[in-house]
Design a protein. Structure first.
Ligand SMILES: Cc1cc2nc3c(=O)[nH]c(=O)nc-3n(C[C@H](O)[C@H](O)[C@H](O)COP(=O)(O)OP(=O)(O)OC[C@H]3O[C@@H](n4cnc5c(N)ncnc54)[C@H](O)[C@@H]3O)c2cc1C
Length: 137
């Protein structure tokens, strides 16, 4: 196997977003998933519409040993920025109670968008991999 700067285990929402950002910064990135399809939870949650974000998100909604981490993470990438990215790619959303934002159509569009962005950033994605295991050493 080639050498990669970054290897990400799990092609879910987190892994794909991290892969896209790393790829855009010029890193060679490999994403491995044991499932045959990427983004499976995105596709099936929220009754197929996926609760993509919440407009009223704040650091007070998170429990953490380091509360400052989430303040800085949320300040650097806000729900509005994420919604802006979806809008740029023609993915329409619908706001429900308490600021919850869902895809207006199928969440499949989000998975397809993440896959396109990852491939455009040069990310290599491999599915149906043997399940990766942690190592004690
Ligand atoms: C019923 C339910 C409904 C939910 N609804 C929503 C919702 O509407 N909106 C929302 O934001 N969140 C929802 N969530 C929470 C949701 O799980 C997370 O928001 C989101 O999936 C987290 O993404 P992730 O990438 O961290 O994890 P995941 O989506 O779980 O991705 C992890 C990936 O890693 C792969 N993987 C795991 N272990 C290995 C291994 N050892 N080797 C190889 N691959 C591996 C998995 O196959 C998977 O593709 C819901 C959760 C549940 C259980």
């Amino acid at each position: 196997m080639n050498d990669f700067d970054v290897i990400i285990i799990g092609a879910g929402a987190s892994g794909l977003m991290a892969a896209i950002e790393a790829g855009r910064r010029g890193r060679s990135v490999l994403v491995l998933d044991h499932n045959p399809r990427i983004g499976e939870k995105i596709r099936v949650t929220g009754g197929g519409h996926c609760n993509v974000t919440n407009r009223e998100i704040s650091s007070g909604h998170y429990l953490s040993r380091n509360p400052h981490f989430c303040k800085s993470a949320l300040a650097r990438f806000t729900p509005a920025e994420f919604l802006g990215r979806l809008a740029e790619h023609g993915i329409q959303v619908q706001e429900r109670d308490h600021g919850q934002v869902f895809c207006a159509g199928s969440a499949r569009a989000v998975v397809e968008w993440l896959e396109r962005e990852a491939l455009a950033a040069g990310v290599l994605i491999r599915t149906s991999c043997p399940r990766c295991r942690g190592s004690a050493g």
